[in-house]
Design a protein around this ligand. Structure first.
Ligand code: DGL
Length: 262
């Protein structure tokens, strides 16, 4: 057993969608979440910059003695994971677009993938596409430009949010997708708005529950889960603003939310 915290990092509040699923499945775990919102968005940065920031975040979390790191960001996972795994001993859980399960579920053989530019152009995504068992699946990828900022500014209900989502999703609907993969951890916070546009013909795939199960499996295999009597501490740190974090964590009154310069 280990009461060390599980570490999480993202460019901002997106990874909270993953944190919430982990908290739900493993409610006794101590957690430490890092939002590098000073450097957000990551999606438009070069691979080298993403690796540099991911290393910095990893080292910060390691200084705080975490037992496992969830790279709660598709952009950082798809660009930096091989590098992080080679450099650090701590176990990493990566987030990657769920195109494989989407391919298996699709009847129209057309799936939509909404993600950042950094994820769409990553080599990891090319590798993932090769793993799809059925060759005849069309993946309609689209860069959700501006959506990360909308979530960071808590403007999910705004006209701009509706406008951008319509612009990104309508062309996918015209191509008859029946699965939409959310390839950025910020996007589950726009799920309601997406559903209003997509109607009931498109299934939205949010990877958070699957990631939480993976965290549990890895900790179990290492005998490193927290004890069932552990009263958990949830710490959240951001380096620019904690406004969105406060709002999204309203239902977790015990969350300690700190603005830190790092
Ligand atoms: N939430 C992130 C992702 O999953 C980062 C988005 C960004 O900073 O551009 O890709």
């Amino acid at each position: 057993m280990s009461s060390k915290p599980i570490g999480f990092f993202d460019s901002g509040v997106g990874g909270l969608s993953i944190w919430m699923a982990v908290q739900k499945l493993l409610p006794n775990e101590n957690t430490l979440y890092l939002a590098d919102n000073k450097n957000a968005p990551y999606g438009d940065k070069s691979k080298e910059e993403i690796i540099f920031l991911s290393e910095k975040n990893t080292e910060f979390l390691l200084e705080h003695n975490v037992k496992l790191i969830v790279v709660a960001c598709n952009t950082a996972s798809t660009n930096a994971i091989p590098h992080l795994r080679q450099k650090y001993k701590v176990p990493f859980i990566r987030i990657q677009p769920a195109i494989k399960p989407a391919g298996l579920l699709s009847k129209t053989k057309k799936i939509g993938l909404l993600a950042t530019a950094g994820t769409l152009k990553s080599e990891m995504l090319d590798l993932l596409k090769k793993q799809i068992p059925t060759q005849d699946i069309d993946i309609i990828g689209r860069y959700g430009q501006g959506l990360v900022e909308i979530v960071e500014n808590m403007e999910m209900e705004s006209e701009e949010s509706k406008f951008l989502l319509t612009q990104y999703l309508k062309p996918m609907m015209e191509k008859e997708i029946d699965q939409l993969v959310l390839g950025c951890t910020h996007y589950p916070f726009l799920k309601k708005q997406m559903e209003a546009i997509l109607g009931d013909k498109v299934n939205i795939i949010d990877p958070s529950p699957a990631i939480a199960k993976q965290v549990k499996r890895v900790l179990e295999s290492k005998g490193a889960l927290a004890g069932s009597n552990n009263y958990p501490e949830y710490v959240f740190m951001a380096n620019k603003s904690v406004k969105a974090m406060r709002k999204l964590l309203e239902n977790f009154p015990s969350a300690k939310i700190l603005l830190e310069k790092f």
